[in-house]
Design a protein around this ligand. Structure first.
Ligand code: HEM
Ligand SMILES: *[C@@H]1O[C@H](CO)[C@@H](O)[C@H](O)[C@H]1NC(C)=O
Ligand SMILES: *[C@@H]1O[C@H](CO)[C@@H](O)[C@H](O)[C@H]1NC(C)=O
Length: 335
């Protein structure tokens, strides 16, 4: 297991807290009025209120993934869809008509039962203490380790949102976008071009429905020909596997269950499953990052840890007046 501590993150937070504490004693300084929300996340957030939270979460995730290994990628994808819609606030878990979870774009999301099970256990041990957003964030880190990925430390203190709208979930990229659209989507959430290429590397594990790539196989955007950026043998393999829209194919055809850099070497060989995967190699803005990760596994692993911490901090709710600690991840608390 490889360990990366987010030292830069810690330093920044500590510095900001110091300047604000001492700044208020001294004369008014020209400091920003408000700390960023993520400055209120901390590694010891549950040390008093639920010291075993992290180990309970990791034990539960391990047990579920042992029973069904496909849940590891499912949880990781759930976290991505949570964090990119209204931030990491567990809004994807809210379960009612017209919530994010009910969106068309959320149709193949899975793993909700894992989070529900963890939440039920945590409510027994430390009622109303641990947020659903923190559970999903930690479970994602644990799922990554279970498939052979890197470790990173998760700061805690996310609160759960009360708003969840299907139409916002439809904005999450579906695999047919161009790189400009992906970059804009990421940038709007404080994630940059390196985060885009790095986090796309999560497609080194897991599966997709054929629906998400069908247009590449026979009639690529109206040309009546397959996508020319598909390797000939891979195209034929996919045509055989994809008889129906709901059939499943591996995102990484070569090592589908291992967290490695084969996702990137696949792109160099025109063996990327989604159009958005393959474009990372052909677009001049992202090629260099693909090349770097394809040849330097350690670079990918360490950057993946860094980018995942960033993803987990997107638009978090951390102030007492924002959000709540949900009792059941499926519903907002009753007032
Ligand atoms: C960059 C833009 C992204 C696009 C366009 C995209 C698109 C997709 C699509 C279309 C699928 C298959 C859905 C289906 O048809 O069943 C998928 C699966 C998946 N995505 Fe992404 N994704 C993106 C970024 C990410 C990120 C940032 C992560 C996590 C860090 C992620 C993790 C996953 C995982 C693990 C799966 C497999 C899920 C499973 O096996 O159940 N994706 N993605
Ligand atoms: C990329 O996609 C966006 C949004 O769908 C579209 O407006 C734009 O024209 C596309 N750009 C290119 C270069 O195809
Ligand atoms: C089809 O896709 C290619 C590659 O992404 C793109 O260059 C082209 O503009 C697209 N054509 C249409 C009609 O959308």
């Amino acid at each position: 297991m490889k360990i990366y501590y987010s030292i830069p993150f810690l330093l920044i937070v500590t510095l900001q807290l110091c300047t604000s504490t001492f700044g208020s004693l001294a004369k008014p300084l020209n400091l920003p009025k408000k700390l960023p929300a993520e400055a209120f996340l901390s590694f010891d957030h549950y040390h008093k209120t639920c010291p075993d939270a992290e180990s309970i979460i990791s034990q539960k995730v391990a047990a579920w993934v042992k029973k069904d290994p496909t849940l590891a990628p499912a949880i990781i994808r759930l976290h991505f869809h949570d964090c990119t819609v209204r931030g990491c606030d567990a809004s994807i878990l809210l379960n009612y008509p017209r919530s994010e979870r009910a969106a068309y774009a959320s149709k193949t999301l899975r793993g909700f039962e894992v989070i529900d099970d963890i939440k039920a256990e945590l409510e027994k041990r430390c009622p109303k203490a641990v947020s659903c957003a923190d559970i999903l964030t930690a479970a994602t880190r644990d799922a990554t380790i279970l498939v052979g990925g890197p470790f990173w430390q998760v700061p805690f203190g996310r609160r759960d949102g009360r708003i969840s709208l299907a139409k916002e979930a439809e904005m999450v990229p579906q695999g047919h976008e161009n790189i400009t659209a992906l970059l804009e989507f990421f940038q709007a959430r404080g994630l940059d071009i390196l985060d885009l290429v790095t986090l796309s590397g999560a497609h080194t594990i897991g599966r997709s429905t054929c629906h998400s790539l069908m247009n590449r196989l026979y009639n690529f955007n109206g040309t009546r020909k397959p996508d020319p950026s598909l390797n000939f043998y891979y195209l034929n393999l996919l045509r055989r596997r994809c008889k129906g829209e709901m059939d499943l194919v591996y995102l990484d055809a070569i090592t589908p269950r291992t967290f490695d850099t084969v996702y990137y070497t696949n792109l160099q060989r025109k063996v990327g499953l989604l159009s958005t995967d393959q474009l990372l190699f052909s677009d001049a803005r992202t090629t260099q990052f693909v090349e770097a990760f394809a040849t330097q596994p350690f670079l990918f692993e360490s950057q993946f840890a860094v980018s995942m911490v960033k993803l987990g901090n997107v638009q978090v709710l951390t102030r007492p007046n924002e959000g709540e600690i949900r009792v059941n991840c499926n519903f907002v608390n009753r007032v």
